[in-house]
Design a protein around this ligand. Structure first.
Ligand code: S3P
Length: 460
């Protein structure tokens, strides 16, 4: 644990940068290929700890994964025939690793595995994944609803499962179990969460179909599966009108390895763009970023604030939109985020709270109780962070209101070991009068180890 002081930017932030590979896609590219038949090259992996946890877990389960250069691995899949006695598998800080593995391993007859995690992951809810999986016949025991989670693989039968929360991790777990189950599995989610699992599995040959509404933050693009089949085309519904969606998967289904080139992570790009929006005179461009609409809610919110942000889709890579994002400093006004927009903005809400502190007026986020069960209680952590900088924050069970004002520096920020809280506080520091000291800056290594270097390259 090492403290770090972030000084205000001496001048505008300027330049073109790349950010590490998308964490959500990287987990899936490694995990699904490790479960598939054949061999695949996965390039553009982020060096952060979370994806390393997935690589180690899949190697432990019997896949052969070898480095072929920085950010690049060759995965030899085990065709859904994992080691039956892997013992305990350490998912460290990674909720995606733990929850997706629950679904992937549930249908492995004769397998007995225990998933463990660090202190933060061990506080996060796991019943939300064990219960829907039980509907398919899975045998998963949590420890009072938390990790350690013991999975005893067994034969599964397809079922229709309605999820109580819009969670891509839980949805993905049910889909992964469903592709090993006999018959059809349908997952219905209350609002549309990120759909990388659906897109990648379609490219790997799984019989999967999506229907319902999508949340199109980037304006009306359809969701296509690699290979050209349209998975989902919901005529131009907007982010505000996000409604539930149904995913249907028919099992048992084989998985075919596919090469994946992981685009930049929009959740990491968001920190750079937000910094440019609040540091006077700034202008930054982030290249080769994932532009999947289910991930771009923050861009829509920044636009509503009057921020000068741009996005342009330049190519489709493995069924995912990829292109450029840009942001320029501008005067900002307050925003509201309602429940329907939360899944598309979930990881960026602490950062949007920071931007709100620099905007005129009171910004409000509601329907975001999920923030309380992330790597930290992000409602409490965000309110305390901004409070330490002299900003008034009203806290609700399911969100917060941030009163824009004068952001004071000189504060000591408790990050709770949460990477997104640490990076959000660092962004605030860039635009306030004095530096801000983070109690622990090491956590940025979970998703964006290059964070401070990228800011420096832009002139911070
Ligand atoms: C993720 C889903 C989201 C998100 C997390 C990554 C994924 O979590 O917050 O950072 O890759 O599926 P939930 O599924 O809990 O909403």
């Amino acid at each position: 644990m090492s403290a770090r002081t972030v000084l205000p930017a001496a001048g505008p932030l300027r330049g073109r940068v790349a950010v590490p590979g998308d964490k959500s896609i990287a987990h899936r590219a490694v995990m699904f290929n490790a479960a598939a038949r054949g061999e695949a090259l996965v390039r553009g992996l982020p060096s952060g700890r979370d994806v390393a946890s997935t690589i180690a877990a899949m190697a432990r389960l019997g896949a052969r994964i070898g480095s072929t250069g920085p950010g690049s691995v060759l995965v030899r899949g085990c065709a859904l025939a994992f080691d039956r006695a892997p013992g305990s598998i350490d998912c460290e800080n990674s909720g995606t690793t733990m929850r997706l593995l629950c679904g992937l391993l549930a249908g492995q007859q004769g397998l007995d595995a225990t998933l463990i995690g660090d202190a933060s992951l061990s506080r996060r809810p796991m019943r939300r994944v064990a219960e829907p999986l039980a509907r398919l016949g899975a045998v998963i025991e949590t420890t009072d609803g938390h990790a350690p989670v013991r999975i005893r693989g067994t034969g599964l039968s397809g079922a229709e499962v309605a999820l109580a929360v819009a969670s891509a991790q839980v949805k993905s777990a049910v889909i992964l179990a469903g592709l090993q189950a006999r018959g059809t599995t349908v997952v219905v989610e209350p609002a549309v969460s990120r759909d990388h699992t659906e897109r990648l599995l379609a490219a790997m040959g799984v019989d999967i179909a999506v229907s319902g509404s999508t949340s199109h933050a980037a304006g009306g693009s359809s969701v296509h599966a690699a290979g050209g089949s349209t998975l989902h085309a919901a005529g131009g519904s907007t982010l505000h009108a996000a409604a539930g969606c149904r995913v249907q998967v028919r099992g048992p289904s084989a998985l075919r390895c596919v090469d994946v080139s992981v685009p930049g992570d929009p959740s990491s790009a968001a920190f750079v763009l937000a910094a440019a929006a609040i540091v006077e005179g700034s202008e930054v461009v982030v290249e080769r970023v994932l532009l999947n609409p289910t991930r771009l809610g923050f861009l829509e919110v920044l636009r509503r604030m009057g921020a000068d942000v741009g996005s342009s889709v330049e190519e489709l890579v493995g069924g995912e939109e990829v292109g450029t994002l840009s942001a320029r400093f501008s005067r900002l006004r307050a925003f509201d985020v309602a429940a329907g927009e939360v899944p598309a903005t979930i990881d960026e809400l602490p950062l949007l709270a920071v931007v709100a502190a620099f905007a005129e007026g009171v910004s409000t986020v509601r329907g975001a109780a999920e923030l309380r069960v992330k790597e930290s209680d992000r409602i409490a952590a965000t309110a305390a962070m901004l409070g330490a900088m002299g900003i008034r924050v009203d806290v609700f069970d399911d969100g917060f209101s941030v009163h824009g004002g004068t952001v004071r520096g000189g504060a000591n920020i408790v990050t709770h070991g949460d990477h997104r809280i640490a990076m959000s506080a660092a962004v605030a520091a860039l635009a306030c009068a004095d530096g801000v000291t983070l109690d622990d800056a090491d956590s940025v290594a979970v998703s964006f180890p290059e964070f401070f270097d990228v800011l420096r390259r832009l002139g911070a």
